[in-house]
Design a protein around this ligand. Structure first.
Ligand code: AMP
Length: 113
């Protein structure tokens, strides 16, 4: 079940606009952006959804959050952005490879939809 769309992006089997990469993670532009800036940050390790993360993944999850801030600083959007993780089909998760949505560049509402 690790042969997802995002695994194919990691393996360079399908193209993506990659904005960041290190040994643990990859970040690329969402193909269907919901804001002027919409980046997906993923672990290279396959974890289907955040509820499947194991104790051994704690540092990796922290790394992804750090990378989100790093990308925001690089893009100059560090003062206003939102991070979203959809977990499960009923929460609108469509790709079952854990990803953090980094969204910025438009006004936000609260509570989120
Ligand atoms: P989610 O609904 O949380 O699982 O988010 C999946 C996201 O992946 C959606 O925002 C899609 O627009 C995005 N997506 C789907 N296919 C691609 C692709 N080939 N390249 C970049 N983003 C994609």
């Amino acid at each position: 079940m690790s042969d997802t769309l995002f695994q194919k992006i990691i393996d360079r089997e399908i193209p993506a606009e990659i904005v960041y990469e290190d040994e643990l993670s990859l970040a690329f532009k969402d193909i269907n952006p919901v804001a002027p800036n919409h980046i997906l940050i993923i672990p290279k390790k396959h974890i289907a959804k955040i509820a499947d993360a194991k104790l051994e993944d704690k540092a990796l999850l922290g790394h992804l959050m750090y990378v989100a801030g790093e990308i925001a600083r690089k893009l100059g959007i560090e003062d206003a952005f939102r991070l979203v993780v959809n977990n499960g089909a009923d929460a609108q998760q469509t790709v079952f490879h854990l990803h953090i949505h980094l969204i910025a560049g438009r006004p936000f509402n609260w509570p989120p939809g």
